[in-house]
Design a protein around this ligand. Structure first.
Ligand SMILES: NC(=O)c1ccc[n+]([C@@H]2O[C@H](COP(=O)([O-])OP(=O)(O)OC[C@H]3O[C@@H](n4cnc5c(N)ncnc54)[C@H](OP(=O)(O)O)[C@@H]3O)[C@@H](O)[C@H]2O)c1
Length: 183
């Protein structure tokens, strides 16, 4: 993809455990209090670029956001999904979503695009991100879908918040990674 296509910042958002596990291939592995609320407040008014498997795992469009779904299929469709067959087209459709929604609902629409996962989509898009919003979860498994390895020394790691474990949820923390040499 040509970087010139990126009119708005692309930000990755992910929750992963200490082994970079993000899910079991079909769904998330944990439930964290407040995490979905935080995800909503960060992403409302933006387009989300997700893989078809992540779409399937959610099962419906996330309201107030552009649901851009990557698939290789020329015939796949789902109500509420904006279907694309290439990462470049995902960015083009995201740009269009922002421009169109600004006309309709300027106060809610944000000038950013979220790289929403899963692993295949992070692999495609991380190279275009300057920021990653990470929820780190202490959850004991090494089996499942993995977030790509990030090169050491390339990211500033800022810890935003930390939550101790409880009977009903594991220990977790919010981080923002910022690329040191901006793209
Ligand atoms: N913890 C988190 O923050 C988080 C976030 C998102 C997802 N997840 C988890 O991640 C898992 C799913 O991840 P995943 O890596 O298996 O799947 P995924 O990235 O969600 O989707 C993969 C699909 O995307 C399509 N695709 C991939 N590359 C493409 C390309 N270059 N061009 C066109 N289409 C392309 C293909 O769809 P077709 O097969 O239709 O061709 C492929 O099968 C689930 O467990 C989910 O819960 C976790």
């Amino acid at each position: 993809m040509n970087n010139n296509n990126l009119k708005f910042p692309l930000i990755a958002i992910v929750a992963m455990n200490q082994n970079r596990i993000i899910g079991d291939g079909n769904k998330l592995l944990w439930h964290l209090p407040g995490d979905l609320k935080r995800l909503k407040s960060l992403t409302i008014g933006t387009p989300l670029i997700m893989g078809r498997k992540t779409w399937d795992s959610i099962g419906k469009p996330l309201p107030g956001r552009g649901n851009i779904v990557l698939t290789n299929s020329k015939s796949w469709k789902a109500e509420g999904a904006i279907v694309v067959n290439s990462f470049e087209d995902a960015i083009t459709k995201s740009n269009q979503w922002i421009e169109k929604n600004k006309l309709i609902n300027n106060s809610e629409t944000k000038d950013k695009i979220f790289l929403f996962g899963g692993a295949q989509i992070y692999k495609l898009g991380l190279q275009y991100c300057n920021v990653i919003e990470i929820t780190k979860v202490i959850f004991d498994t090494n089996v499942g879908t993995k977030f790509p390895i990030l090169e050491e020394g390339k990211w500033d790691k800022i810890k935003l918040d930390h939550f101790k474990k409880d009977e009903s949820y594991p220990e977790f923390s919010y981080w923002q990674y910022r690329r040191i040499n901006k793209l």
